[in-house]
Design a protein around this ligand. Structure first.
Ligand code: ADP
Ligand code: MG
Length: 427
């Protein structure tokens, strides 16, 4: 019976729009484990942070503290969680506290107050030895300046951070070579920095961070110094690496396009505060305040948002699980006032679309069969497809266009109304 269904379904085989998956954001569920948690963290640059902390807790701004106490505030009451496997982008204007925040995450600088938990364990209360262990095992950091040693080859530069690990030279070189291969520089290991372009140097910087195989990567404006083409290339590279290794990445950027392109979620900082955390879609559709809105003013939502960000499930589409039955499916659609039903397998894969009309027609036919109610010529789109590439398809398709992930799982559908709503949001 199952095979019959499958072969019948393939009559209307969903043809996936051939979009490159290169730019796909990973979709990290809200149930993913929390790897890093920041709880009410403050960083005040003063040997005696107490008076400043007191002022801040009473609601003073960073500017007021600077004026009254002549004390610089880096981070102000920050709380957020970074989930396993996600790319978490921190964005904000220069001086908003991004670098301070990321340095607090691996305790390159100490918080004046608050907790930072790595896998549930408080980093702030760890001993020096425990901290070094935790950092070495888990964290790699990449900075904007390539910070390469000019007199060392790419291989030795990539191996540089491993010196303290106690590994032998041969082991260090092996790990460094593997890291260079990951970033596409496997054959350049003997080059010196001066013999490499900026993009290649930054890859070596990335290889250095990857060499000890960290589970968490902290990247502070790592691509900001690169020219736009190379920068896009590096973003793709990072997304590719992420699909292969699923590290947890905290990535600082002051560039919105970059943030939207690679971020699963984005935190926006202003004056030391985290003013909003959300997916690109959440922030774009519901900016927390005028500061956030001003960032997004010139963003073309159709270029930034992807099908997977917009597709809606359950609320706007009727989902029918296989094995479907004609009469109950028809009743389900009528009750939900939906013309079309989205059929998925028990384990979530998209099977096809049925309509009230085709179900009704089958029910009245001589040999009613559910699989014959599938609409022919249904096209699915991959979650990574940018919205602008969908406009024509959605406009020309009678039913909301089904969206699937790389494994063929049904993520929801995009109707004309939803598309329009997305494009005119809040303007
Ligand atoms: N070591 C420091 N001593 C004093 N003030 C600092 C120090 N580091 C950063 N700051 C201040 O903290 C604030 C945030 O800086 P930073 O985290 O570098 O911002 P961003 O990375 O967003 O540009 C700025 O006002 C900066 O001047
Ligand atoms: Mg900075």
């Amino acid at each position: 019976m199952n095979t019959m269904m499958r072969s019948a379904v393939s009559v209307g085989a969903p043809a996936n729009l051939g979009f490159p998956r290169g730019a796909a954001r990973t979709s990290i569920g809200e149930d993913a484990a929390v790897r890093l948690e920041v709880r009410n963290v403050y960083k005040v640059f003063s040997p005696d942070p107490k008076p400043a902390l007191t002022m801040l807790r009473q609601g003073a701004s960073k500017a007021e503290v600077l004026e009254k106490l002549n004390v610089n505030v880096g981070v102000l009451d920050a709380s957020f969680q970074v989930r396993a496997g996600e790319i978490f982008v921190i964005m904000g204007l220069s001086g908003s506290g991004k670098s301070t925040m990321i340095r607090l995450l691996n305790r390159l600088i100490e918080p004046s107050s608050g907790e930072i938990l790595l896998d549930g364990k408080d980093l702030v209360s760890m001993s020096k030895a425990e901290l070094i262990q935790a950092r070495r095992r888990n964290m790699g950091m990449v900075f904007q300046s390539f910070a390469l040693m000019p007199h060392l080859s790419a291989l030795d530069n990539a191996a540089f951070g491993l010196e303290i690990s106690g590994a032998s030279k041969a082991e260090r070189h092996k790990a460094a070579q593997q890291a260079l291969e990951q970033v596409g520089l496997g054959t350049y290991s003997h080059r010196y920095p001066r013999e490499m372009s900026g993009g290649m140097q930054q890859r070596v910087g990335l290889a250095r961070a990857l060499a000890n195989d960290p589970t968490i990567l902290l990247m502070d404006e790592a691509f900001s110094a690169l020219d736009p083409l190379i920068r896009t290339e590096m973003q793709d590279e990072l997304l590719r690496l992420q699909r292969e290794h699923q590290r947890t990445i905290v990535f600082i950027s002051h560039d919105l396009d970059e943030a939207m392109r690679i971020g699963d979620r984005i935190a926006i900082m202003e004056g030391g505060r985290i003013v909003q955390v959300g997916t690109p879609y959440e922030i774009l559709s519901r900016p927390a305040d005028d500061y956030v809105r001003s960032f997004f003013r010139n963003v073309d939502a159709s270029k930034v948002l992807r099908a997977g960000d917009v597709a809606r499930y359950e609320a706007t589409n009727t989902v029918i699980r296989m094995p479907g039955e004609l009469a109950p499916a028809l009743q389900q659609l009528r009750e939900n006032h939906h013309n079309f039903g989205y059929v998925r397998t028990q384990d979530g894969r998209f099977e096809g679309v049925v309509s009230q009309a085709t179900l009704d027609r089958e029910l009245r036919g001589p040999q009613p069969r559910f699989v014959n109610a599938f609409l022919p010529d249904v096209r699915t789109v991959n979650a990574a497809t940018p919205i602008h590439a969908l406009l024509a398809l959605v406009a020309d398709t009678e039913w909301p266009v089904p969206v699937v992930d790389d494994d063929g799982n049904f993520l929801g559908a995009i109707s004309r109304a939803l598309m329009l709503h997305t494009l005119v949001r809040g303007d």
